[in-house]
Design a binder for this molecule. Structure first.
Ligand code: SIN
Ligand code: CO
Length: 390
């Protein structure tokens, strides 16, 4: 992080030795057929770039025997626990910055063309080989005639062939082009970096919604010095000045900023729908089961915290309301995305916490059971986990 993050590219040979693709080719194709999943097909047939958005029925994808096409599936971590487990290995970067895991599948010669991205990315080769060329060029002008971002002039300076387990880190705005050598799969670990404009606008919405910016209801605008006018349509200068001073008294502090960020950054993506357990355990049953198996965050759950609050999927809970003993274990649940049975037992006589955790369980935000998606738990997804727990 000190030497490379947001600064310069880094090639790491065998960053994750013995890596296996989190999903097989057919599983990826199946995801691409799902209309809740964001996917793109990029083809470079007869030297012509084309792009289409998914979903793609299985028979709508070119044959794996055909050269020069690639399928990109975004947000795979939201749909598969193994993908989520791989994304979790990148939590040396704060969750507030981590975005998603994209998986691309390409046939020989496939790629998305030379381009640059506005966000940091780790490109992890998980199957087959890909030749990457990168350059630090200043000229980032794009071809205007294409449906995807392709650089007008690509000036590669370095070149490597990545094999499974090898990884390339690229900070924003580094030109790059990855071309499959034979069939291959690459995982892109992506980051989120809201624009300053977006942050400001969202913060102001947040203040307005929370009524933080509101004034006492009886404090109405007054203008005892207003004179009779001959230009009635003209906004009075004194009105502008007076409203300016009202607005200048709208203030906020770091508490508001933290609470805004917690709610905003933990908000689920619009495509996310949680699946509450079909036959939920009642609170006593839930406590008993969780005391035996622990609890884990659903792969889609965002849980963040600061010194004052806990933020789960866009909602805020005050630490002062859950108690100090709980703070330790709930922040551990947030950091590890899992709380083992022993820890849960120490929590279980704090009824405010168990009630809260039971509520999260009923919303489908947490599940009873050990972390899912690690290679030793080959189970596919949390639905099965919930069924078992229920
Ligand atoms: C790919 O995986 O084919 C493209 C990833 C990227 O260049 O950002
Ligand atoms: Co890229």
């Amino acid at each position: 992080m000190r030497r490379y993050w947001q600064k310069k590219p880094l090639l790491i040979r065998q960053a994750i030795p013995d890596i296996e693709a989190p999903l097989g080719r057919d599983e990826l194709f199946e995801l691409a057929a799902d209309d809740a999943v964001e996917s793109r097909l990029v083809t470079h047939f007869r030297q012509r770039w084309q792009m289409e958005h998914g979903p793609f029925a299985a028979d709508k994808l070119p044959s794996p025997g055909k050269r020069a096409w690639t399928l990109l599936v975004q947000g795979v971590d939201l749909h598969d626990d193994r993908a989520r487990a791989l994304l979790d290995r990148f939590r040396f970067v704060p969750d507030a910055r981590l975005d998603d895991l994209m998986i691309s599948y390409a046939t020989d010669g496939g790629g998305v063309g030379p381009h640059f991205d506005s966000y940091d990315v780790f490109l992890l080769q998980v199957h087959g080989k890909r030749r990457w060329r990168i350059g630090r060029q200043r000229d980032l002008s794009l071809r205007a005639d294409l449906p995807l971002k392709v650089l007008q002039h690509f000036e590669p300076e370095e070149e490597w062939v990545l094999e499974p387990g090898d990884m390339l880190y690229l900070p924003p705005h580094i030109a790059h082009d990855g071309i499959a050598e034979g069939e291959c799969m690459t995982c892109s670990i992506g980051f989120r970096a809201p624009s300053e404009a977006e942050l400001s606008a969202q913060f102001l919405y947040y203040l307005a919604e929370r009524g933080e910016a509101s004034k006492p209801r009886d404090a109405l605008y007054r203008d005892p010095k207003q004179e009779a006018v001959s230009l009635p349509a003209q906004l009075p200068g004194a009105l502008i000045e007076r409203v300016g001073s009202i607005l200048a008294s709208v203030t906020w502090g770091s508490r508001d900023i933290a609470a805004f960020l917690g709610a905003y950054l933990s908000e689920p993506k619009p495509s996310v729908f949680f699946e509450p357990p079909a036959k939920p355990l009642n609170e006593a049953q839930f406590i008993r089961r969780a005391s035996q198996h622990g609890v884990r965050l659903d792969r889609r759950t965002n849980l963040l915290y600061d010194t004052r609050n806990l933020y789960i999927n866009g909602e805020e809970e005050r630490w002062s309301e859950v108690g100090n003993a709980a703070k330790k274990w709930l922040s551990e649940l947030a950091d590890r995305r899992f709380l083992d049975a022993k820890r849960f037992v120490t929590l279980s006589d704090e009824w405010s916490v168990t009630a809260l955790l039971h509520e999260w369980y009923r919303a489908g935000w947490i599940q009873v059971g050990p972390p899912a998606g690690k290679p030793e738990h080959a189970s596919k997804g949390s639905r099965e986990g919930v069924a078992k727990a229920g």
